[in-house]
Ligand binder design. Structure first.
Ligand code: GTP
Ligand code: MG
Length: 225
C-alpha cells in the first residue's frame, strides 16, 4: 500500500538517525519524509545517504513546523495518511501498521498514541506524573480528555481534512493538534504505543522546565489566532 507517508521531524540526531531510518526502510513499505530542521550536526548528511525524501529548513523552526512541512509534502505526493514518527529512536516501528489499519477501516480520522495504554521503557517517575497532569491542561483548553495528550506518535487522515494545518512551530503543536481535532470535528481514538526512553533520548529530550515555555507559547498562539 502506498497510501501513507512516515513524517520524521529531525534536529541534531546524527547519533541515531541512520539506525532509525534503516529499521523503517526494512520494516515498512511507506514513503519516508524526513524534515531536517536546520540541524547543526551531521544529521542531514547522514539522512542523505538513505532512500528517503529529505527536506531541509534553512533556519531552525521547531518540531511543529517540521511536521507541518512533512504533511504538506505528503499531500503533494498524494498521500491519504501520515504517521508522525520521531527521529530520536523513541518510537516503535511495530506500532505503525495497527494505527494505519484503524484509519483504513474508517474507525477514526486520527489515531493518537498513548504510552499509558501501551508501554514505556525507562521513563522517569517525574516525567510520568508530569505527563499525567498535563492531560488536565489539555482538557481545560480543548475539552478533550486523553490518557496521553503529548505523544508524538500519531496517524492522521490528511486527505479528508485539508484544514488540518499546524501553525504552532515549536512544541506547543502537540496541544494545537488536539484543538485541530475539535475544530475539524475529527473522529479520534487513542491506541497503545511504546515509547523508549534511552540515556540518549533522556539527555537530549525536553526538560520539564521547558514545559512552562510550551504552555506560554500555546496560550499566546491561541490569543494571536
Ligand atoms: N527539540 C527539538 N526537536 C526538534 C526540533 N525540530 C525537530 N525536532 C525533532 O522532534 C522530535 C521530538 O523532539 P524531542 O525533543 O525528543 O521531544 P519529545 O520526544 O516530545 O520529548 P521527550 O519525551 O523528552 O524526548 C525529535 O525527533 C527531534 O529531532 C527542534 O527545533 N527542537
Ligand atoms: Mg524525544
Amino acid at each position: 500500500m502506498n497510501d501513507a507517508a512516515i513524517v520524521i521531524p529531525m534536529y541534531n540526531e546524527e547519533a541515531v538517525i541512520e539506525n532509525v531510518l534503516e529499521e523503517l526502510l526494512q520494516k515498512v513499505p511507506y514513503d519516508i519524509i524526513v524534515v531536517d530542521d536546520c540541524s547543526t550536526d551531521n544529521s542531514y548528511q547522514k539522512a542523505c545517504k538513505k532512500g528517503v525524501y529529505l527536506i531541509r529548513h534553512i533556519v531552525n523552526l521547531g518540531q511543529g513546523a517540521a511536521i507541518q512541512t512533512g504533511i504538506e509534502y505528503a499531500r503533494r505526493l498524494g498521500k491519504k495518511y501520515v504517521v508522525t514518527f520521531d527521529s530520536d529512536g523513541q518510537h516503535s516501528v511495530e506500532d505503525i501498521e495497527p494505527f494505519l489499519e484503524k484509519l483504513r477501516n474508517d474507525e477514526a480520522d486520527i489515531v493518537l498514541g498513548s504510552r499509558f495504554l501501551g508501554k514505556t521503557e525507562n521513563m522517569s517517575t517525574f516525567k510520568k506524573y508530569f505527563l499525567k497532569l498535563s492531560r488536565y491542561f489539555t482538557y481545560m483548553t480543548t475539552g478533550i480528555m486523553l490518557s496521553d495528550s503529548h505523544n508524538g506518535f500519531r496517524a492522521i487522515n490528511i486527505k479528508d481534512f485539508p484544514n488540518f494545518e499546524i501553525k504552532q512551530n515549536r512544541m506547543a503543536h502537540a496541544s494545537e493538534i488536539i484543538d485541530l481535532i475539535r475544530k475539524n470535528s475529527m473522529r479520534y481514538v487513542e491506541m497503545p504505543c511504546t515509547i523508549k526512553y534511552t540515556d540518549y533520548s533522556k539527555q537530549k529530550g525536553q526538560s520539564t522546565l521547558n514545559a512552562i515555555n510550551i504552555v506560554f507559547e500555546y496560550l499566546t498562539g491561541r490569543l494571536i489566532k
